[in-house]
Design a protein around this ligand. Sequence first.
Ligand code: GLY
Ligand code: MN
Ligand code: MN
Length: 455
Amino acid sequence: MLARAIPSTVFARRRRTLMERMGPGSIALLPAASSMPRNRDVHYPYRQDSDFYYLTGFPEPEAVAVLAPGGEREFLLFCRERDPQMEIWHGRRAGPRGAMDRYGVDNAHPITEIDRRLPPLLENRERVFYAIGYNPDFDRQVMDWINQVRSKARSGVRAPVAFIALEHLLHAMRLRKEPEEIAVMRESARIAVEAHCRAMRTCRPGMLEYELEAEILHTFLRNGAGWSYPSIVGGGDNSCILHYTENNAPLRDGDIVLIDAGAEVDGYASDITRSFPVNGRFSGEQRAIYELVLAAQKAAIAKVRPGCHFNEPHDAAVRTLTEGLVALGLLRGEAEALIEQEQHKQFYMHRTGHWLGMDVHDVGDYKTGDDWRVFEPGMVTTIEPGLYIPAGGKVMDAHWARLGVYLESELDERWWRIGVRIEDDVLVTTDGNEVLTAGAPKEIDAIEALMREDG
Ligand code: GLY
Ligand code: MN
Ligand code: MN
């Protein structure tokens, strides 16, 4: 995880809020993410667990955070000890002392002491909050600690009686972004915008998809950011593969290229998609499809505001796309009936957005009970409609789409190999919304003008 941008007062405030919501007699346990082996002695770059980081700001593996409301020392951390030899090889560690000095920890201990020190913390607590069932090793550890407490029942010690999924409270907090988080998300968006602009300026027929990916990554790294998910760079037919990541085919004159790439700054994601012609000039068919997706995206964005619910942008996008596909002759029938039959799924098989935050598909419920969640200021969602027509004009009928079966269609060849998605990150404000990624051009004239500039 790169540069720390969220001040420590914010982490302290979050811990206080969570502990208030947990109520007296509670304790919360959060493990840090494990370091993941890749091959032999090589590990994947370490990425802290989002929940753990949200509450601690602590960037190291092999740590467990404990929130024990009610006492003098409410925030405890078990972490790796300092070790000059290991630090020479693998990098610096805070150690328990550093954790207390720099991360607001009330009491820190070596992780090696956790089995001895943790069970007493559970004594006479009624409720244990943790992410039950996501980490089998941690589940087992928690149960061992609980059983240690239970074994002392005859000496009058009470063991916890309730285990509560922590994400219930925590993810409700993460769904509504604080001003400090929005500031970081703005920065993440700014960097991703810069990257997409660079890719547009650089693109030329004959380049390989990975060359554009390199331009994206260049901008991320130069700005001290990482990626929030592996970049998708798909030209021509590859633009129709939703999660394409091979990124190794040539970009051909006359084809469209779709780039879905987002940055990560201090644990916060951006998520942008732009689709543009490899040669800098939209063809007639590309233009028609593109204008339709853009109209759908604008209709959807207009529905991101307090009072609208989460599915309204999707409904608006589907209506615009369906009517437009009829107008282009790509769907036949009456729009109302086609919407009812979900015929748009032939060309648009994903949904219009997802929460965005520390995780690119961020946490937070989409429904409360049976009802879609209503947007509130501080929530951030992506808005990302698309249309995809692969080579062969093979499409998925709405019914067969559910079974994943492609059908032969009679689509004229001129429509083939066009995949367009336009994706922005949209913050709900008190009176509407703000598109955090508005700096990446999406009007056809603006894209073509930028692509005429020298890369
Ligand atoms: N890049 C993943 C998504 O757009 O949802
Ligand atoms: Mn997305
Ligand atoms: Mn995306």
